[in-house]
Design a protein around this ligand. Structure first.
Ligand SMILES: Nc1ncnc2c1ncn2[C@@H]1O[C@H](COP(=O)(O)OP(=O)(O)OP(=O)(O)O)[C@@H](O)[C@H]1O
Length: 286
């Protein structure tokens, strides 16, 4: 089991410096959430790791080797994105066969289970699948290939709520059976909050958070109550945002709280991952 090391990645499109200096390490057998506002370069980063485009500088390393143009290493990765190309006219079941040959094996038993659970017609041509079923087809591929690193770029695109729930529960059960590393890019943050163990946030071309989710959320609170009490309580704390509801103030605080909160008249609740993300990356008022 190997770590994937991403070091000082930079990428520019014409004069737009999208990725300025991206560094992080993916540990084996962990589920990551890669979060960022629209256009920050999440897909670009996944495409660099998966050899679909090149960085201007920096390295991505697995077992001491660069992943660039490295076929042996790339066989250990799978990127599910909107840009997969299959020969025209290919049916879903032919694609499974084709990928099985390309990657050496395919989990046919699990794919049969997933095909039945999602109701995919494997005799349908890929080009004719609906948006949701195209996503389902790609998810089945991602979960059945023998790879160690699975990168899922918008994995629930076009899926209805039932199929999204089904996917999340299948992800957890296949992860338990055969742990591997998943990196999930999505804007539906609350839906993956309970799945991910580690969060990476990209903002303005750099990684601004690289944290264990439980540790991070244990430090993220909403303090609410009468304004004077909230102001008193939050003095010296890192307040990401304040909201008002009539006389009540809510302060979104990141960091350790004072040890003794018994005498305070404020109420303290845990923030949601989505709220934390929004307030960490909000540009309004800066
Ligand atoms: N092939 C390309 N040529 C020129 N610009 C590109 C290209 N690919 C991406 N970009 C630009 O790079 C920036 C990052 O795009 P990217 O798709 O990586 O962001 P993202 O974080 O995945 O966004 P979203 O959350 O909206 O999907 C955007 O400004 C985009 O327009």
């Amino acid at each position: 089991m190997s770590e994937l090391i991403v070091k000082h990645i930079q990428k520019k499109y014409r004069r737009h410096q999208v990725l300025k200096n991206i560094s992080f390490t993916l540990e084996p057998e962990k589920i990551y959430g890669l979060l960022g506002r629209n256009g920050v370069g999440k897909s670009t980063l996944l495409r660099i790791i998966n050899n679909r485009t090149f960085a201007d500088s920096g390295e991505v390393i697995l077992d001491g080797q660069s992943v660039v143009d490295n076929e042996a290493v790339q066989r250990r990765f799978y990127l599910m994105s909107d840009a997969d190309f299959y020969p025209s006219g290919m049916k879903a079941k032919q694609a499974f066969q084709w990928l099985s040959q390309l990657y050496g094996t395919f989990d046919w038993t699990y794919s049969e289970h997933l095909v039945a659970a999602f109701g995919l017609d494997v005799n349908q041509k890929i080009a004719k699948l609906s948006t949701g079923y195209l996503t389902i087809f790609k998810l089945i591929v991602a979960l059945c290939l023998p790879v160690e690193f699975i990168f899922l770029d918008e994995p629930v695109l076009g899926l209805d709520a039932n199929n999204r729930e089904l996917f999340y529960s299948e992800l957890l059960s296949t992860y338990e059976d055969r742990p591997r590393t998943f990196v999930i890019v999505t804007h539906l943050i609350e839906e993956i909050a309970h799945l991910i163990e580690h969060v990476l946030i990209i903002d303005e071309g750099v990684v601004t958070k690289d944290c264990d989710v439980t540790l991070l959320m244990n430090q993220a609170h909403v303090i609410s109550g009468p304004q004077t009490a909230v102001r008193d309580f939050t003095q010296g704390l890192r307040v990401l945002a304040r909201k008002h509801l009539g006389e009540i103030e809510m302060a979104y605080v990141l960091g350790e709280l004072p040890r003794d909160t018994r005498t305070s008249t404020v109420s303290i609740q845990q923030m949601s991952l989505q709220e934390l993300f929004v307030y960490l990356t909000d540009k309004v008022g800066e």
